[in-house]
Design a protein around this ligand. Structure first.
Ligand code: ATP
Length: 467
């Protein structure tokens, strides 16, 4: 897909998300607040379904993973121990002419130079070469007057307990940049309270904050976001098999929820983050962003985390294996994905434009389990004789899942509205309903219609929605 196509697709999706109440740019009435988004009614439902799908596959359907919900604030020393205070940076460059700010590694990527997690020295050498060749130009205004790269910390600071003081070294606390930090700090309490045997995992969903230099590409990269992370603790001899097992599981998760295999790709990191011993990303081909981009990371972290937290806290986090009588610091394989980044992939994959009767039909063809609303009940007339039974049907079905009731405008327009938010089924209540006690059920994808007795609707939808 060329740039124009991906731009057009991006604009269509951003517009649909706003118009239909999925995703809003934050603080719009104040002129906006860059890199932060709010989720409307359908967006909230969609995010919840995505999170439930993840939790189901990662914890509910496994015997060896438990859940956690740890706080955003943690002891500041924890981020010293993890290396984030000193090392969680991106290389920043500025255009002196238009004052735009960029990530130097992303700019170099545009020239085919892989500068991911490379030291500043390497990045500045590469920038100098481009400058000498007169190729270096601001991506915004094309000026060659671009600074050299400098370190930009991604950590978001706050203060607790001394609200009138300016941030000082003593009272600074951090908004967590990733959720896994809380998992390491609660590893010991989890072992002591639930007594899981190794290998086992702890999974959690929660907010994370990063002072991203450039937050763009809609909700792909934002400054406040939710992560879904799982840390799998194990004996070092098991790392290879466990790493491979999680590779398969996470890949299959996306296939199960309707992402075709040709839109997924493995990316192996050559240059590793300070904690990692091996790292792969699952990339998704975001048509709206013009190509493959990181969606989820799967990393072997070795014993870095528990060793560091043992050292900095003075608490022994080693594990004693009763069977082998061996004491060791568990190694970790992690899976980590942003809720919005995964949701955006599902939206991008679902977004379809079709010509039906010479008109463009926009449909979000989500896997039915992810659809925000499962069924829409549409009486053909607002008159009590139809609205009465229609509301009864709504009441019965809404005990099981989110159901919408819509009696405004023509039936065709109501179908299109439901297609746009990805509702798998529409139920039409018509005058025949009064005599045959049945309704017409329309399928979102095939647009085929079948007559189903009212008494069978709960069973019919439970089976077809797989919930
Ligand atoms: P990137 O290279 O895109 O900056 P990263 O390699 O720093 O990402 P990780 O630290 O491995 O990302 O984070 C794990 C996952 O969290 C990512 O794969 C992504 O899904 C999500 N994520 C990270 N940063 C953001 C962000 N700023 N906005 C939305 N999701 C994010």
């Amino acid at each position: 897909m060329n740039t124009n196509d991906s731009q057009a697709r991006m604009e269509a999706i951003v517009s649909l998300c706003k118009r239909r109440g999925f995703i809003f740019a934050s603080s719009e009435i104040y002129g906006g607040f860059s890199g932060v988004y709010d989720y409307g009614h359908y967006g909230t439902l969609l995010l919840n379904n995505v999170k439930n799908a993840w939790q189901k596959s990662i914890a509910q359907e496994r015997m060896d993973v438990v859940l956690l919900d740890s706080a955003i604030f943690m002891h500041p020393m924890a981020w010293k121990a993890s290396g984030h205070v000193d090392g969680f940076n991106d290389p920043q460059i500025d255009c002196k002419k238009c004052k735009s700010r960029f990530r130097a590694d992303h700019l170099l990527e545009g020239f085919g130079i892989n500068a991911d997690k490379q030291p500043l020295e390497f990045i500045n050498q590469e920038l100098d070469k481009l400058r000498a060749d007169k190729k270096l130009a601001c991506p915004n205004c094309s000026s060659a007057d671009v600074t050299e790269a400098k370190v930009f910390s991604l950590m978001v600071k706050s203060n607790l307990g001394s609200p009138t003081d300016a941030l000082s070294e003593e009272n600074v606390v951090y908004l967590r940049p990733e959720t896994c930090g809380g998992i390491y700090l609660e590893y010991k309490n989890t072992i002591d309270s639930l007594h899981p045997k190794l290998p086992f995992g702890i999974a959690q969903i929660g907010k994370a904050f990063r002072n991203e230099i450039v937050a763009k590409q809609f909700v792909f990269r934002t400054r406040e976001f939710e992560q879904m992370e799982m840390q799998y603790f194990h004996h070092p001899s098991q790392t290879g098999d466990i790493f491979e097992g999680w590779h398969k599981d996470r890949w299959n998760f996306y296939l199960d929820y309707g992402i075709p295999e040709n839109k997924l790709n493995w990316f192996k990191h050559e240059k590793l983050a300070h904690y990692a011993s091996d790292a792969y990303d699952i990339e998704y081909n975001y048509a709206m962003l013009g190509g493959f981009k990181e969606m989820e990371g799967i990393h072997a972290r070795g014993d870095f985390d528990l060793t560091q937290h043992s050292k900095f806290s003075g608490t022994d986090l080693s594990y004693f294996d009763e069977a082998t009588k061996e004491r060791f610091v568990p190694h970790i394989v992690e899976t980590s994905v942003g809720v919005a980044r995964m949701t955006l992939a599902f939206i991008d994959n679902a977004y379809t434009e079709e010509i039906v009767n010479d008109e463009t039909r926009v449909v979000l063809k989500f896997d039915k389990r992810l659809s925000p609303v499962k069924v829409a009940v549409l009486p053909l007339s607002k008159k009590e004789e139809l609205s009465g039974p229609a509301k009864e049907i709504w009441k019965t079905l809404s005990k099981k899942f989110f159901v919408e009731y819509d009696d405004t405008q023509s039936i065709g327009k109501r179908y299109r509205r439901q297609d746009e938010i990805g509702t798998p089924y529409c139920v039409t209540v018509d005058f025949d309903t009064l005599t045959d006690n049945a309704v017409t059920v329309r399928d979102r994808d095939t647009m085929e219609q079948v007559r189903v007795p009212i008494a069978d609707l709960v069973k019919y939808f439970s089976e077809n929605l797989a919930i």
